[in-house]
Design a protein around this ligand. Sequence first.
Ligand code: G6P
Ligand code: MN
Length: 439
Amino acid sequence: KFSIVIAGGGSTYTPEIILMLLDNLDRFPLRTIKLYDNDENRQNKLAKACEILIKEKDPSISFVATTNPQIAYTDVDFCLAHIRVGQLPMRELDEKIPLKYSVVGQETCGPGGIAYGMRSIAGVLENIDYMEKYSPNCWMLNYSNPAAIVAEATRRFRPHSRIINICDMPIGMENNMAKIAGLSSRKDMDVRYYGLNHFGWYTSIKDKSGYELLPKISEHVKQYGYVPSQYEYEHAKRDSWFETNLFTREIIKTDPTTIPSSYLKYYLFQDHVVNNSNIEYTRANEVMDTREKEVFSECKKIAEAGHSNGTTLKIGIHAEFIVDLAIALAYNTHERMLLIVENNGAIANLQDDAMVEIPCIVGKDGYEPLSIGNIPLFQKGLIEQQLAVEKLVVEAWAEHSYQKLWQALTLSKTVPSATIAKKILDDFIEVNKDYWPEL
Ligand code: G6P
Ligand code: MN
């Protein structure tokens, strides 16, 4: 049986991840679940409820919620890391400051992701160091954002650590693609995909008989985005998810031979995205007003009642890939998964030291990336530009370089000029004093 720690225990995703773990005990048996956070107050809002959920399912699993890294990281086999340095109030600033200058305001794409990256790097490295000190054989399954910049930082500064960087975004897209193709699960598909995190393209989606589904899915996406059926399209609530899906109809026209990540809208249709944004109310506000309130109030109810009957907390189905990854490592399943790994020739015409998101075979000793070959000039150009942004952020962080961070912002495809990049940067420096190194 395995012992796990959830780093970022105070995240509103923690209860649904616990429920997901509890739902998978037959294939991934656990003896210990620990929550670790440096914000005790926030973690405590969830911890009691998590403890009750665990006891109801399997009283033999021991539970610990702690702010002490030694307790958190001692005797653990897997760390599921989803920390958010600065929490949602800083996310709100990441989103709103660029919008002041009519630039995309998003937590991982564009300037917001750069600011968030500058905050996250130290936190993730610190957690790796604790893990290596107290449980040197532990694997860290890291989905802390902004994953691309975080992954580059781990490559640069902890190249031999047992960390695997992974994102749930492809899972969401593949679930939708499976529905579009009439399959019951994304696991009925073998995909080929390449890019950077939140910045990629599917080039093949085959069913288990080897039949290529991409043309069929592509036709659907051109009409309905990722909304899985015409019926759902016609009856959908016109919310932000729906809008994002519709954008995909435009993105796919830029290369109809692929299925693009929906986040490419931030780089390819940035003007349109900005026009559809509300600087008074961004995604951070939505998350604080909905998910955060709901999860905290449900956890309070469970803690007060002493049981979880009637709770609206749900299993995080998206988070199931984390269990798949842990199982692949623990039981050598050789499952094929999209991971963020060092290129090293996988994309033949891209530099070796890029952290790319590509299919890998995962087994006991870690992962083996699949070979992608050469990629077309359009994607290569976009990727190289974004890659340079990510690398410059990590260098700026390490060297405390104002110059390099300004270059990073200037180079981001979301930012129209060096002048605007500088204004955004100066505003960011002001509000990130407690989190960024001094530039
Ligand atoms: C997707 C992405 C994550 C991102 C999340 C934002 O799942 O893969 O990287 O954090 O969306 O979700 P939220 O609900 O917080 O806006
Ligand atoms: Mn992600």
